[in-house]
Write a protein that binds this ligand. Structure first.
Ligand code: HEC
Ligand code: HEC
Ligand code: HEC
Length: 536
């Protein structure tokens, strides 16, 4: 019964043959198949995270390496485009990214999402699992034979969600019932459904179309589902959007028994342990506080102390009792954060590097045909920091040792300096009157986060040798300036104004202000701490 099934590697350049199933024998001598499913949804054209934060999540090269390890890669819809993005400047690069993603997922089983047709139906490759769609070519429900296990896969989509992209879809429930019946008749032991709909819609579908073992939610997934939700005899699961967290299901198929039971497994034990330890720490510190309070109710305090003891027992139990795998067929479920600690699949990483080069060339060529933003009559323009050096030598020297002076380099190192999702926050005078655009930023000497980002455009100040009255320069930007413009939550998770300002001013630059800020934690320290924590 034990046979190793080979499957064509789904990845790029892809005819590599890899064993999908690790067929094994357990302690009692009965054989079983181990199959891993890795699923994403609503990747929305996100090939990689920006890399600005201390713990960036997502990256299809990392998803590919998770899937490379004998797994089957699935996507429940919304792979190619960000439905929110309407910017014409981004159109070219969005199309290039969609093409790369289609190639990376070429051998995967993929469902349909509303924005997938943004590049035209000709681009809809690989063909989508969408059994209730009528007016575009779709992939038929499919059986994957893995050793002795037969895995059935199909997909349906919510008609309302795809209507606006011109897709005609009928009621998903009857289409799902038909697909399930077809798959079961063809011998499927297990049925996985790629569901282009919200969790609530997916829950209703699982009830209306019994026989789905795993429904993978494909719309409005947000941060994903940490636990699988039982619905009837099946389970609903959801990854997080933008490739930030993927679904991992490990199936242990024993002795041809197709009734899978959930098994919490190691990952769940670790999660429960972390939860218990967090509650222990916070309760212990609360109790310490109450003990110092002379008015605290002794009965209440005794009850909380008893609770603390039972939490400690729970912790001991979780440390001691390693979960024991069931005798019959079972599965484990985990929502895996796609952290930077996960290695990148080298071929996909190389493909993404090529993509960045292509995007850069395309965007630069297109921008070269457009003039930089013209100055506003009477208003000063951006001149670049070399013009400040003559009179503010020490300020320039100080600035050169700040991270702002390396903002452009962080992009060139990644070949993302001509990427419309990146350039703006890493340069000076971006799309401001008399400032820079993609094709002029280097020529104008406006790369990096220079003086004029904070102090405003300097041409008038320069003409008047700094003696204009009143001054045309901004001495200090408003407190909300940094967080509103660049240090947003998505790009600067550790941002706090005062610690960050401590790194901006110092000897020879805003010295008096630096003294007023006083000593304390700095941006560098906050960031170093967060990066170290993310590696744990
Ligand atoms: C020709 C000399 C000269 C150049 C070049 C020059 N500055 Fe100044 N800057 C001055 C002088 C003089 C003052 C006024 C100093 C004072 O009041 O203490 C000043 C003041 C400032 C101030 C403080 C304004 C305030 O309200 O206190 C800022 C900020 C500033 N300059 C930024 C810049 C920047 C940025 C550049 C380059 C784009 C630049 N300066 C180029 C001479 C210059
Ligand atoms: C909204 C503004 C913004 C956009 C857009 C942006 N960045 Fe950033 N980036 C920042 C800020 C702010 C930081 C500094 C974060 C911190 O230290 O708290 C940063 C930091 C970084 C760093 C870390 C540098 C280091 O070595 O510590 C990298 C790498 C980076 N960005 C790359 C990118 C890339 C690639 C893109 C495009 C995909 C991008 N950024 C888009 C604002 C932005
Ligand atoms: C990230 C924002 C930021 C950048 C970039 C920046 N500065 Fe400043 N600068 C400040 C702040 C904050 C102060 C302190 C203002 C105060 O005293 O209230 C300051 C003060 C100054 C002053 C006033 C005189 C002094 O030293 O107190 C000058 C002149 C100045 N900066 C020049 C420059 C020059 C030249 C550059 C580029 C090499 C530069 N700054 C880059 C934020 C910035």
């Amino acid at each position: 019964m034990c046979q190793v099934e080979f499957r064509r590697q789904y990845l790029l350049f892809g005819c590599l043959l890899v064993p999908v199933s690790a067929c094994r024998t357990d302690a009692k001598g009965s054989s079983f198949e181990h199959v891993t499913l890795i699923a994403s949804s609503e990747v929305q054209g996100t090939t990689e995270p920006c890399g600005c934060t201390s713990d960036p999540l997502g990256d299809v090269a990392r998803i590919a390496s998770l899937a490379n390890d004998h797994a089957i890669l699935l996507d429940a819809g919304g792979l190619l485009y960000d439905p929110e993005s309407r910017s014409p400047a981004l159109k070219q690069q969005a199309d290039a990214k969609a093409a790369a993603l289609a190639a990376i997922y070429a051998m995967a089983e993929v469902g349909l999402g509303p924005a997938d047709l943004a590049g035209g139906s000709a681009r809809l490759s690989p063909l989508r699992h969408a059994a209730n769609v009528q007016n575009i070519p779709t992939r038929a429900p499919k059986i994957l034979q893995i050793g002795s296990a037969k895995l059935g896969i199909f997909g349906v989509v919510s008609p309302e969600r795809v209507q606006s992209s011109g897709i005609k879809a009928v009621d998903p429930a009857p289409a799902a019932r038909e697909a399930i019946e077809h798959l079961r008749r063809s011998g499927a032991h297990l049925v996985v459904a790629l569901l282009g709909m919200s969790r609530a819609e997916a829950r209703a579908l699982l009830s209306a179309a019994p026989g789905i073992d795993f429904g993978i939610v494909g719309a409005e997934v947000g941060d994903g589902m940490p636990e699988a939700e039982p619905v009837g005899k099946g389970f609903l699961v959801a990854p997080a959007d933008k490739g930030q967290r993927v679904v991992r299901i490990d199936l242990f198929f024993k002795n041809g028994n197709a009734a899978f039971m959930p098994f919490a497994g190691e990952a769940t034990r670790r999660r429960a342990l972390a939860r218990t330890e967090a509650r222990l720490t916070s309760l212990a510190s609360q109790i310490a506080g109450w003990k110092r309070d002379p008015d605290a109710d002794p009965q209440f305090l005794a009850a909380r102390t008893a609770e603390l003891a039972s939490l400690e027992n729970e912790r001991q139990r979780l440390l001691r009792d390693k979960p024991k795998a069931p005798e019959r067929s079972y599965f484990t479920y985990e929502l895996v954060p796609v952290r930077s600690a996960i290695p990148r699949e080298p071929k996909v990483a190389e493909r993404l590097r090529d993509l960045d080069r292509t995007i850069g060339r395309m965007n630069f060529a297109a921008a070269s045909a457009i003039a930089p933003p013209p100055p506003e009559p009477g208003a000063p323009t951006f001149v670049g920091r070399s013009a400040c050096e003559k009179c503010h030598k020490r300020a320039v020297e100080f600035w050169q040792h700040t991270v702002h002076a390396a903002a452009w380099k962080t992009l060139t190192e990644r070949e993302k300096q001509y990427n419309y999702e990146c350039t703006g926050c890493h340069v000076t005078g971006w799309l401001r009157p008399g400032g820079s655009h993609l094709a002029s930023v280097e020529k104008m000497g406006l790369t990096d986060v220079q003086c004029e980002v904070c102090h405003g455009p300097g041409s008038r100040h320069l003409e008047e040798a700094g003696l204009e009255q009143p001054t045309s320069m901004i001495r200090r930007p408003a407190d909300s300036f940094c967080a509103d413009n660049c240090h947003t939550k998505e790009h600067s998770d550790t941002f706090q104004l005062v610690p960050y300002l401590r790194d901006v001013v110092g000897r020879g630059h805003g010295e008096a202000f630096a003294k007023r800020l006083g000593s304390g934690i700095t941006a560098k320290e906050l960031r170093r701490g967060a990066i170290a924590a993310s590696k744990k």
